[in-house]
Design a binder for this molecule. Structure first.
Ligand SMILES: CC(C)(COP(=O)(O)OP(=O)(O)OC[C@H]1O[C@@H](n2cnc3c(N)ncnc32)[C@H](O)[C@@H]1OP(=O)(O)O)[C@@H](O)C(=O)NCCC(=O)NCCS
Length: 183
């Protein structure tokens, strides 16, 4: 007897990035290029960061959550996570989600530096995001361009439609894999 269809597609569609278990095993930290921010480093998030990232998300009103299947990048100020972003592998497509900087650290270049750092993670694959329409210039600094929705993966079309139905002013953006620039 065949099993009834289950909701396992989601799990299968999101192969885990190799998230470091502990902070010691992460890639070298990246110092932010600002004197003002000299106590802040960008580093790859690890499993033990997840609850702190999600607490930051909750405080900032973001309903999504970091999981062990995501690639995580965090800004760390003296051991406290003050910004986070994640790259999710969804049905074989990379999606940038949950880019949040704590209020008091905004407009200091942290978000832009994180975007540029992520380019090293996503350079060989297309990557999508569904940002606020007011932030297209910001995401443009990371190589994202407003994309044609008709070419988008089905689940992102659906997500975009839900956001728009909810009255959110968002748009679809895509960063092409680096090799496409050389076609
Ligand atoms: C958007 C966000 C991640 C940017 O991070 P940041 O560290 O403040 O960004 P930077 O200092 O590197 O760059 C600032 C740029 O962000 C953009 N920006 C930030 N907030 C903006 C807003 N409310 N409206 C329009 N542009 C905005 C601008 O392009 C600005 O560029 P400028 O300095 O030339 O004006 C941060 O403001 C944030 O966490 N906002 C709340 C959460 C959010 O909206 N996340 C994005 C979900 S799609």
């Amino acid at each position: 007897m065949t099993n009834p269809p289950s909701n396992r597609e989601d799990a299968a569609a999101r192969p885990a990035f190799l998230l470091p278990q502990r902070k010691e095993s992460q890639h070298p930290s990246i110092l932010l290029p600002r004197t003002l921010s000299n106590a802040i480093v960008l580093r790859e998030g690890c499993r033990e960061d997840i609850s702190e990232i999600n607490a930051l998300y909750r405080r900032l009103g973001y309903k999504g959550a970091a999981t062990t299947s995501d690639f995580l990048l965090v800004a760390d100020k003296s051991g406290v996570i003050i910004a986070a972003v994640r790259i999710c592998d969804e049905v074989g497509h990379l999606v940038l989600r949950g880019m949040y900087v704590a209020e008091q650290y905004r407009f200091q270049g942290i978000g832009t530096t994180m975007l540029k750092q992520l380019e090293k993670v996503i350079e060989n694959r297309d990557c999508y995001c569904i940002p606020w329409s007011t932030l297209t210039t910001f995401y443009g600094k990371g190589g994202f361009r407003v994309a044609d929705v008709s070419d988008a993966p089905a689940h992102l079309k659906e997500r975009l439609g839900q956001y728009l139905n909810d009255g959110k002013s968002v748009c679809l953006m895509k960063r092409d894999a680096v090799w496409k620039y050389h076609e």
